[in-house]
Design a binder for this molecule. Structure first.
Ligand code: SAH
Length: 400
């Protein structure tokens, strides 16, 4: 006798609390583990689950993680069978690619898929010209079936010469996934040259820093270039994103970073663009202190530090860090100078960043005028009901 799966209940059911259900009703797609009613036997890692509320009302279909604090990531408010999953994924990948055609200009490098913001929770895909970089950040996105569908779909949509997988060990640990090295998934090409706003950059998906570029700043590079002039200082320059744009309109540009490998690529990028930039390996805090004490002056300063506030607990220390950097930069700017100040900490809001910069300007006895308030480039879409999709802030200021 063969056993038949009971109709309509192929997927494991997962019940969530009233609070969890309210979160979904507000348009978010995550349910935290504390809002999940424990079930026996434990649901398999990365499984597709049927989510029901505290009264057993169906709320839709989701990816389940057995390890992450984010236990549930909703895929659809409707019912879905495992057989229907590949076509849903293919459709969403197609839609993500179509969206980029609408919003991305002047570049062959951009984020093709931005996880929840493209309704593909746990999947990040970046395009660098003819090479794609893929990150599967959750158990569900890392399952063989899902990976195969995603790969086939990306090949069909974008026809890249290579697809590399980028692995962030910490992300895999959080999801309790076995460690894995970054690897070539398709084709042969792992490195290339890409162009943003007419500036060329090297990309190496497997060697070197493996991190690619900060594509989210692409539109801010172009905006900064509009106002930048004179002598420019790009603090936390990484591989030269801002510095190489500023080199087109400034007399002299200095790029500072604490990472020597990043600066090596920055210099290769400068050569590629036939530009001269002075690169300095230094701790930004120490260097700004020394330069400010020495009375150095600039016309344009960019501050693009790493995320100081990784969690809410770090907020005070982060605020002090941002304040110190901005205070010193403001003191060093000549009248009419331009400050481009960024924060990629999700936990520091635009309003908070602005307050910190205003406090710094009062201490420095300088008046600032807001040229532009900006965020991440449009290929990193912001979904207002999922606040975590908005993280990058950039204030462009004219300093009196
Ligand atoms: N502006 C860059 C991205 C910056 S990412 C771009 O648009 O491409 C943050 C950079 O800060 C990293 O390259 C990292 O190496 C550097 N960094 C981190 N801590 C630093 C410190 N204390 N001093 C100088 N650089 C630092």
């Amino acid at each position: 006798m063969t056993m038949k799966a009971p109709q309509g209940s192929i997927l494991p059911e997962l019940q969530i609390s009233k609070r969890g259900a309210e979160r979904l009703q507000s348009g978010h797609v995550w349910v935290y583990r504390s809002d999940v009613v424990p079930v026996e036997p434990e649901i398999a890692a990365g499984a597709l689950v049927r989510v029901v509320d505290h009264r057993k009302k169906p709320l839709g279909t989701a990816f389940y993680s057995s390890a992450s604090q984010i236990a549930v990531r909703m895929l659809t408010s409707g019912a879905l069978t495992p057989n229907e999953l590949p076509s849903l994924l293919r459709q969403r990948i197609h839609d993500a690619v179509a969206y980029r055609k609408q919003v991305v200009q002047n570049t062959d490098a951009y984020r093709v898929i931005f996880s929840e913001a493209d309704f593909l929770p746990g999947l990040i895909v970046d395009r660098y010209n003819d090479v794609l970089s893929l990150q599967a950040q959750t158990q569900a996105m890392d399952t063989t079936a899902v990976r195969e569908t995603v790969l086939a779909s990306l090949l069909e949509e974008l026809k890249p010469d290579g697809i590399v997988e980028r692995v962030e060990p910490r992300v895999r640990e959080l999801e309790n996934l076995p460690s894995r090295d970054s690897q070539l998934l398709h084709g042969e090409k792992t490195s290339t040259i890409f162009t943003m706003n007419g500036v060329k950059f090297h990309y190496d998906g497997l060697h070197g820093q493996k991190t690619g570029a900060f594509l989210d700043q692409r539109e801010n590079y172009a905006a900064a270039e509009q106002y930048a002039h004179g002598e420019a200082l790009d603090m936390f320059c990484y591989q030269g994103g801002f510095a190489l744009h500023l080199a087109r309109c400034c007399e002299k540009v200095t790029g500072v970073d604490s990472s020597c490998p990043a600066l090596e690529v920055a210099e290769e990028n400068a050569v590629l663009n036939v530009r001269e930039v002075e690169w300095m390996e230094a701790n930004a805090f120490d260097l700004l202190k020394d330069y400010a004490t020495a009375g150095r002056q600039y016309d344009t300063i960019v501050l693009d530090p790493p995320a100081f506030a990784k969690s809410k607990r770090d907020l005070d220390a982060a605020a002090r860090g941002y304040k110190e950097l901005n205070l010193r930069a403001l003191k060093m700017l000549r009248p009419g100078g331009v400050l481009v100040t960024c924060s990629c900490s999700y936990h520091v809001s635009e309003q908070e960043l602005q307050s910190i910069v205003v406090a710094a300007s009062l201490d420095a006895r300088r008046t600032v005028r807001i040229l532009e308030k900006r965020g991440q480039a449009k290929d990193h879409p912001v979904v207002p009901t999922i606040p975590e999709t908005a993280y990058l802030k950039a204030l462009l200021l004219s300093v009196v």
